[in-house]
Structure formats: structure tokens, C-alpha cells
Design a binder for this molecule. Structure first.
Ligand code: ADP
Ligand code: ZN
Length: 726
């Protein structure tokens, strides 16, 4: 009789704890092993866990347990990754199974395809030698496994020659190992760093050697060459035999980054983001798990890859809002990077020209180290920034560019230099209305106006994706030619630029206009090559691009974003506008930025004009501290949704009624969300505001554990450390 042991297995599903299964003891399964188990009528892939998550739960009788079907031939999940699953689940109040699911988001890694077969020399000589056979023997003489087709090509022979050699026992057919990713070489080149860069790189390299968690903020102005500086830390990690991970906010658009990496390390890094194919995903996941992939650049989800030897994480553009995941498991990649560093005892580098208030405060508290770069590598000065007061220099009726900005654009064109106009609004116009009856086009399922996308002839909802053909007549009063667009989007700015400068070569950079990432990359390539005169773009252009010939940046609406009811509105606007204007004059040309505004006295605009970042930061940090907002207090949002507003409200009120009393924790709301309906669901928000030192997670657990479960189609979600208040 074989003896079975009981093992907890965590499945990548919305489950709070592992389920127990039986497996023969002689399999010697260990925590971290990937296995298949029966669940209901299906087979599922899961991970053998340890008992901790199961503590205090009722156990199923051994005689009723089902059996683990098989162990999978993939490397086990490293212990750090298992800890990370538990940490993230605890912190975000998500089921551990859903965090595990993020770690397993490479289906193909678990269903390997049939291996490709290849030929290898056995050493046995063929009885008869021909010139063709001799060529095969010579080419294949290095002992490696050749794909048949490659061998035919290299030796210049037909398939029959190869087949005959297999029959003769000279060649054997065997499985080919999948191609390993190339290994980046830390010493491929020795970069010539400026003195400032070299002294910034030195402490970053030193941190890598320490085998302990540390966080360093690399705070360097736009164009100071932060990439090359943190590459030194990557090189140190590689030299120490560690894997490294670099997070980028807009990975699919960063050809420039990959090129810089190749120049420095001699080959491309492994990429991890939504654009890679399922097959590649599977291969990369396995290569990372086996330790074959040494450097990965990726989007936030790359944090959940099963690195066995991770020794460094760099978070580039650490202030970027896209590091916060807003669905399912709501986490902030910058924070989780630091957690992963502390679980694995390795350093984390946060890089930005406009670091987050959170990171500045952590530096001030001496929890993070600080390295600064205060000059541009090219020696160019930061662009001069001018406000254009729209009250005194307004655009013509129906136009959006002030005469001052138009003049500057004309001069830049004349000097054969590039300009960029920034407006963070996709499409042609954010609202369409009927001049005759006042009808406004609204999304049928969201409380939002439909945005006109004239280029595609569509009206579109930016919240649910609803699309409709732009009609000729008003759907309400049926009159024709009465529909008017209100306000500008990038397409409308492009129209105005085309009218004013018919000979200029224009490019629009907006996520919806290029059908694919490759098309976007092509537009970016044209800009870099100087084949574009005027670029008109949304926030896509603010993310780390280096346009060598860009001289003038115009911000069409500097006030957009300042009026939002969001504790980070000022910080975000400051970051976005300094990033955008920072694209100007990065190389030989000197740059200038122009901000159109109706509020030139606003502290954010004033800070941008004076370049006095420190004063702005001091004021902003003081305001956060006074209001007890993060990082001086903690927040969690609860979002209740239902088919009707009264239902959502009723449940939200029931939640509030069950909120435990706690010192220094307050529950605010319910309040109808600013975006009050999405996809037909009414939304109501609660905000939990807690003192910095309070255990917010314990409070939420106790509360939600005792509160009534939602019924009647009501749903709710918890967002710890919310970044989105809509
Ligand atoms: P940042 O990210 O700080 O805005 P980048 O890393 O994009 O700046 O660098 C700006 C430009 O300067 C890039 O084209 C980069 O290749 C170049 N550069 C920076 N440092 C060096 C250096 N030491 N040697 C050569 N080129 C450099
Ligand atoms: Zn909608």
C-alpha cells in the first residue's frame, strides 16, 4: 500500500485559501510545485502551498479528499513569490488565488507545445561518402542539434541526403531545446558617463552589492540621462549573477529604450507586456522561471513573474499613474516593487524627473536614499516656460490656439525645427450638441458625453467603449446641420494647425489613432528622424520620449486636470506639464514651453513658470500633511455599484451602519461617484480615512466580515490607496 499525504493546493481562482488534496508521499511534492488537480468536473493547474493560509479553517476529512493528478514539469514557484502572493492579497484585500493568477498569466508555459525535432551527429561514419554527405558532416560537426531545414540550407543539400544519413545512423533525430534568450553582457561597452552621472551611478552600483533591501530615488531632470545611469545598477546586478527587472509605464512604445539597452548590453532584453503573443509569453515565463532570462523590461504585471534570482528592480517614471492597476487586484506597482525588494533582500531604484510626493516624503524621512542629476547630458538648459494668459490673448472664435502660440509655431517652422502641441483629450470634440433643440449626445449606458472621433466618423464613450455613427440629423428634433462640436480634442487642434500651416508635416499621437503599436512606433520613428514638423498629442507624448529636434512645446489647456476633485490633482498636473515641456530642447536646439491658461496665478502654473520645484513641493507636501492625505494618512475607497441609484445607496448606507468605531479612522460618504453611471451601473463611493499608523487592513477586514453581503445584483469593490476618485 502506498501512503498518501495531504497537501494544500492554491488555485488561481477567487479563493481565499488553498484546498486540500492527496498525493503519494513518494512524489515528495514541496511548496511551490505546480500540479494539476480535479476541481468539480475540470482539471485545474495550481500550486502546492504551505499550511499557513489554511490555519483556523475547518478541514475536510481525509477520506473525502481528491487526488492530485500530476506534477507539472515547470520550475517551482520561488518562496519569495509565494510570500508576495500572500502579502499582496493581505494588503489589497484580494483573494490569494487572484494574486496567484497574475503570477500564472502565461497559459502556454503550462501547456508546452511538442518540442521541435532536430538532427545531431552520432559519430558513426556512413559506409558510403559523397560530397553532399561530407558537407553535412562538416557543417554539423560542432555537435549541436540542427533544425533539419537549417542543416539542409547550411550544407546546401536536399532532404533526401539528410534522411539517408539518419537511416545510416550517422545522424539522430532528437528534441531541440527551446532557444534561450540571449545573455546581456554587463561589460559590452564601458559607457562614458559625465562626472555627475558617474557619481550618481556609484551609489546605485554599491546598493546592488549589499544583499539587503534599499530604495534609492534617482531624481534627475528630463534629458539628464537617467537611463544610462540606472543601467550601471543593472550591469552590477548582472555581474553579481542576479536577474534584473526594469518597469516602464508605456512599454509597447519604447523602441528607444530597447535600442539603448542593446547598445549598452549587446542584446535586447526580454519584454513583458500586453503586446507579446501567447506563445512568446509562455516561452518568456519559462525562461524567467529557469533563470535563463537575465533582464526583463515590462509593464507593471512583470512584477509577478517567477524570477528565482531577482537582484534589482528599477521603476522608471515612478510617478506615472499607469502603475496603479484599477481592476481585480488593485495594487500600485511602485509599492509592490519595494515589497518584492524587501522580501528578496535586494535594492529598488525609483527613477523620475518628477518624483511622486510619496517618494519625496520617503526621502525626507530617510527611508529612501536620494541621487540627483541636475543638468542635461547635452548641456542644454531646461526650456524657458511662458504662460499665455487666455483672458488677455484669447484665440479667435471657434479656434483654440492663442495668437501668441500661433506666432511661435510659425517661427519654429521657419527655423525648420519641431513643435509639439499637447492636449490630453482624444478625438475631435468632447461633446456634441444640437444648436436648435439643445440635445446633447450622451452614452446610453454611462453618465458621460460621447466624444466625437471625426477621423473615424464615430461618436464614442471613453468609459465603456460604446460607439455610434455620427448622425447627420439631430436624433431629438430631426433637423439637419444643427449639430455642433463643443470644445477641442487633438483631432480638432490638428485641423486648426492644418488650416494655419498647410505646408507643415503633422502627426497626431493619440492611443486611438494608430491602429497598432507598430503603427505608433512608426509615427515615433518619423518624429525622431525629423520627418514631422508639428506633433499633436495626448499624454502619450509625455512618457519618456526623446525627440532630438523638438524646440517648442505648446500646452493647449494648462488648466485641464487642475479642477478635479482629487487630492493629487495639483501634483499630477505639475508632473504632466513638466514632463511634456521637458521634451523640448533636449539636444542642440534650445527649447521653449508655452502654457495656455486662464489661471496664470495658480500655484502649479507659477511653479512651472519659475522652475521652482522645491517651493511647489514644500507647499504641496504641507497641504497634504494638513489634510492628512497620503502619505500622511491612509485612504481606502469602497465603490458600490447597482442597477439603480437607490439600490447602490441603500447598500452603501448599510455598510456605513456596520462600520466599527475606531480611533483615528473615519468613514466618509456615501456619495454618488463623479462618474455616476458606467455600463448601466450606478456608482456610489465611500472613503475611509485613517491615520498613518492605523491598521487599515485589519479595520476593513473586521468591517466587511461583519457587514451584510450584497444582494440583488449589488456589487462592491475595495481600493486600498486609491489613485482614482472618479
Ligand atoms: P532622461 O531619461 O533622464 O530624460 P535619457 O536617459 O533619455 O534622459 O537621456 C537623454 C539623451 O542623452 C539620450 O539620447 C541618451 O542616449 C543621451 N545620453 C545621456 N547620457 C549619455 C552619455 N553618458 N553618453 C552618451 N549619451 C548620453
Ligand atoms: Zn459608455
Amino acid at each position: 500500500m502506498t501512503s498518501d499525504e495531504t497537501l494544500p493546493v492554491l488555485l488561481p481562482l477567487a479563493l481565499d485559501a488553498p484546498y486540500d488534496y492527496l498525493a503519494p508521499a513518494r512524489w515528495a511534492l514541496k511548496p511551490g510545485d505546480f500540479v494539476t488537480v480535479p476541481l468539480g468536473t475540470r482539471e485545474r493547474i495550481g500550486v502546492v502551498w504551505h499550511g499557513k493560509l489554511n490555519e483556523g479553517r475547518a478541514r475536510v476529512e481525509t477520506s473525502k479528499l481528491r487526488k492530485i493528478t500530476a506534477r507539472l514539469d515547470v520550475p517551482p514557484l520561488p518562496a519569495d513569490c509565494m510570500k508576495l502572493v500572500e502579502w499582496v492579497a493581505h494588503y489589497t484585500l484580494s483573494p490569494p488565488g487572484m494574486v496567484l493568477r497574475m503570477m500564472m498569466s502565461a497559459r502556454a508555459a503550462f501547456n508546452p507545445p511538442k518540442p521541435r525535432m532536430g538532427c545531431r551527429l552520432t559519430g558513426a561514419k556512413p559506409t558510403r561518402m559523397t560530397p553532399a554527405r561530407a558537407r553535412v558532416l562538416e557543417v554539423a560537426g560542432n555537435g549541436m542539434v540542427w533544425a533539419k531545414r537549417d542543416l539542409m540550407q547550411a550544407a546546401g543539400v536536399g532532404a533526401s541526403v539528410i534522411n539517408a544519413l539518419v537511416d545510416a545512423g550517422t545522424l539522430t533525430v532528437e528534441a531541440m531545446a527551446p532557444a534561450r534568450p540571449p545573455a546581456p553582457d554587463p561589460g559590452f561597452i564601458t559607457p562614458k558617463l559625465s562626472r555627475e552621472q558617474a557619481s550618481a551611478a556609484q551609489p546605485l552600483r554599491a546598493r546592488v552589492g549589499e544583499n539587503t533591501c534599499s530604495v534609492t530615488l534617482l531624481d534627475g531632470i528630463t534629458g539628464s540621462g537617467k537611463t544610462l545611469v540606472y543601467f550601471e545598477a543593472v550591469a552590477a546586478a548582472l555581474a553579481a549573477g542576479k536577474q534584473a527587472l526594469i518597469l516602464l509605464p508605456e512599454i509597447a512604445l519604447t523602441r528607444q529604450f530597447v535600442q539603448a539597452f542593446e547598445t549598452r548590453f549587446g542584446c535586447a532584453p526580454v519584454e513583458w507586456h500586453s503586446e507579446i503573443t501567447p506563445r512568446q509569453r509562455g516561452n518568456s515565463w519559462l525562461a524567467i522561471a529557469r533563470g535563463e532570462a537575465r533582464v526583463v523590461v515590462g509593464a507593471r504585471s512583470a512584477l509577478f513573474l517567477p524570477f528565482p534570482e531577482l537582484g534589482l528592480i528599477v521603476v522608471d517614471e515612478e510617478h506615472d499613474a499607469s502603475y496603479k492597476q484599477e481592476e481585480q487586484v488593485r495594487y500600485h506597482a511602485r509599492d509592490i516593487a519595494v515589497v518584492r525588494g524587501s522580501l528578496g533582500n535586494f535594492p529598488v531604484v525609483l527613477s523620475s524627473a518628477t518624483p511622486s510626493i510619496e517618494s519625496h516624503v520617503n526621502v525626507a524621512r530617510e527611508r529612501y536614499g536620494l541621487v540627483r542629476l541636475s543638468t542635461r547630458y547635452s548641456g542644454a538648459a531646461l526650456p524657458d516656460i511662458t504662460a499665455i494668459d487666455m483672458r488677455t490673448a484669447p484665440p479667435e472664435r471657434g479656434k483654440w490656439l492663442s495668437p501668441i502660440l500661433v506666432e511661435v509655431l510659425g517661427e519654429t517652422l521657419q527655423k525648420k525645427q519641431q513643435s509639439l502641441l499637447f492636449l490630453n483629450r482624444r478625438g475631435y470634440a468632447p461633446l456634441t450638441l444640437c444648436r436648435a433643440c439643445g440635445y446633447r449626445f450622451e452614452c446610453p449606458q454611462c453618465a458621460a458625453w460621447l466624444v466625437e472621433h471625426r477621423f473615424r466618423g464615430q461618436l464614442q464613450c471613453h468609459h465603456c467603449g460604446h460607439k455610434a455613427r455620427a448622425p447627420k440629423a439631430c436624433p431629438n428634433c430631426a433637423r439637419e446641420e444643427t449639430l455642433v462640436p463643443c470644445g477641442p480634442g487633438v483631432e480638432r487642434i490638428a485641423e486648426e494647425v492644418r488650416e494655419r500651416f498647410p505646408d507643415a508635416r503633422i502627426a497626431i499621437l493619440s492611443s486611438d489613432l494608430a491602429p497598432s503599436v507598430n503603427a505608433l512606433r512608426e509615427v515615433l520613428g518619423r518624429i525622431t528622424a525629423g520627418k514631422t514638423d508639428i506633433i499633436i498629442g495626448t499624454q502619450l507624448v509625455a512618457k519618456g520620449h526623446h525627440f532630438p529636434q523638438l524646440a517648442t512645446v505648446g500646452v493647449v489647456d494648462g488648466d485641464l486636470g487642475l479642477s478635479q476633485g482629487d487630492p493629487r490633482a495639483s501634483e499630477r498636473t505639475y508632473q504632466l506639464l513638466s514632463q511634456v515641456t521637458g521634451r523640448a530642447g533636449r539636444e542642440a536646439i534650445s527649447g521653449a514651453g508655452y502654457i495656455q491658461t486662464y489661471m496664470p496665478e495658480h500655484p502649479v502654473i507659477k511653479a512651472l513658470l519659475s522652475g521652482d520645484r522645491d517651493t511647489f513641493l514644500r507647499q504641496e507636501i504641507a497641504a497634504r500633511e494638513a489634510a492628512r492625505y497620503p502619505p500622511f494618512g491612509r485612504l481606502a475607497a469602497l465603490i458600490v455599484t447597482a442597477a439603480s441609484l437607490p439600490r447602490a445607496n441603500a447598500y452603501a448606507r448599510a455598510l456605513v451602519a456596520h462600520a466599527p468605531r475606531a480611533e483615528k479612522i473615519r468613514v466618509l460618504g456615501p456619495a454618488e461617484a463623479p462618474l455616476s453611471v458606467i455600463r448601466g451601473r450606478h456608482r456610489v463611493r465611500l472613503l475611509v480615512k485613517a491615520a498613518k499608523q492605523s491598521d487599515l487592513q485589519a479595520y476593513l477586514r473586521q468591517w466587511l466580515g461583519a457587514a451584510p453581503s450584497p444582494k440583488g445584483g449589488v456589487r462592491f469593490s475595495v481600493d486600498v490607496d486609491p489613485y482614482n476618485f472618479m
